[in-house]
Design a protein around this ligand. Structure first.
Ligand SMILES: Cc1ncc(COP(=O)(O)O)c(C=O)c1O
Length: 375
């Protein structure tokens, strides 16, 4: 039974320091091993990490990269997506999803979100033109997009599929991991992600030998050997020190995902009957990992301020849809172009959901949300 508490506690939106305090000894040992062998660039830990991630996701290959953004860029490039091509993608993601499309010179064609905040599959077919080359769905909030339906459409139209799984490591559909449905899947290892580097990092997974080979080449300046560059490209390598720390953290990944799911379950039970508050649903067959736990309400800003005044940090993912960003002006969209994504952007609020939250903190957040709606 929830108890209303009037004592103000501190519940930050994220608490990375707490996670690292618990792992500090192991992480420092891992760093120390790299300092001892000195192979800082593409050292043995990078390959070990790639093998572990590929095995974890059930993919043939994983390629360690410097960020989730570069995973998307190199994935698109490896698929041959470039100028003149259109890529279907939702407008309610982190800007990196669309940036990657623009960086390779292609044109993003937005498809509005559905009520699950993922791409609305019903709307995809209407947006396909002779120039469409690929679909780039996002597993937003760590919840899998409807990949089987996306794949059916893609196959029917000969389109490539690149999954933005930046927020969704460990998520899946009927036992299959996100990132393995399409041609490739891209994960971010940014410090705020469930599997997080102590800095930037990313990884691309694929079952296609040709894509893995090309991305490996492109992450390393297109060098097939020390002497020969076969393709102009940049430096997108994952650091060995990051890989060494990620290997430590990988041991905790399933536990962290389970803790996030447990916290989501707690909120869902504790907040279920509040009128005016929508909670994310958990559908059969979907394994969501709750990178974020997003509630929706018409009183979002008021709720945010109220929780802040009680020491509770929240966030908005994301307050301005991509098609309304200044950088998107040339794409020609405006307010009203994607009504579902726009409405959600005004109503969404992410509650703290990280694995290290204790029961008292969860109880406190839930009781404050309840108190707000009683006002
Ligand atoms: C949905 C989505 N796509 C892409 C990215 C980009 O990842 P990174 O920050 O590692 O470049 C992020 C990270 O925030 C993200 O949330």
């Amino acid at each position: 039974m929830l108890t209303e508490t009037h004592t103000t506690r501190q519940v930050p939106y994220v608490d990375i320091v707490r996670q690292h305090a618990l792992l500090k000894g192991e992480l420092l040992e891992a760093v120390s091993r790299v300092l001892d062998h000195g192979q800082f660039v593409l050292g043995p830990e990078v390959e070990q990490f790639e093998r572990k991630i590929a095995h974890y996701c059930g993919a043939r290959h994983a390629v360690g990269l410097n960020s989730g953004t570069d995973a998307l860029v190199l994935g698109l490039r490896a698929l041959g997506v470039g100028p003149g091509d259109e890529v279907l993608t939702p407008p309610n993601s982190f800007v990196a999803t669309t940036s990657a499309i623009r960086i390779v010179g292609a044109t993003p064609v937005f498809v509005d979100a559905g009520c699950d905040m993922n791409i609305n599959v019903e709307l995809i077919r209407d947006r396909i033109t002779p120039r469409t080359r690929a679909i780039l769905p996002v597993h937003l909030t760590g919840r899998p997009a409807a990949m089987r339906r996306v794949m059916t459409i893609a196959r029917g139209h000969g389109l490539s599929v690149i999954e933005d799984a930046a927020q969704a490591i460990g998520a899946g559909l009927d036992g299959q991991h996100v990132g393995t449905f399409g041609d490739c899947g891209c994960f971010s290892l940014h410090p705020l992600k469930t599997l997080n580097a102590c800095g930037d990092g990313g990884v691309l997974v694929t079952n296609r030998d040709d894509l893995a080979q090309r991305v490996r080449l492109m992450r390393n300046l297109g060098l097939e050997s020390r002497e020969n560059c076969v393709e102009w490209s940049g430096n997108s390598r994952l650091d060995t020190i990051q890989a060494a720390m990620l290997l430590v953290k990988m041991e905790h990944l399933d536990g962290w995902a389970a803790a996030r799911r447990k916290n989501a379950c707690f909120y869902r039970d504790a907040l279920a009957d509040i009128e005016g508050l929508e909670l994310p649903s958990d559908n059969a067959g979907e394994f969501a990992v709750y990178h974020t736990f997003i509630v929706q309400t018409d009183r979002r800003d008021e709720l945010k301020d109220y929780l802040h005044s009680r020491g509770i940090g929240t966030a908005i993912h994301y307050p301005r849809p991509i098609h309304l960003q200044d950088a998107a002006v040339s794409l020609g969209f405006g307010a009203g172009s994607f009504p579902v994504a726009e409405r959600q952007s005004r109503r969404i609020l992410s509650l703290p959901i990280y694995p290290e939250l204790d029961n008292e903190q969860l109880d406190y957040v839930a009781s404050c949300v309840r108190a707000f709606f009683r006002k």
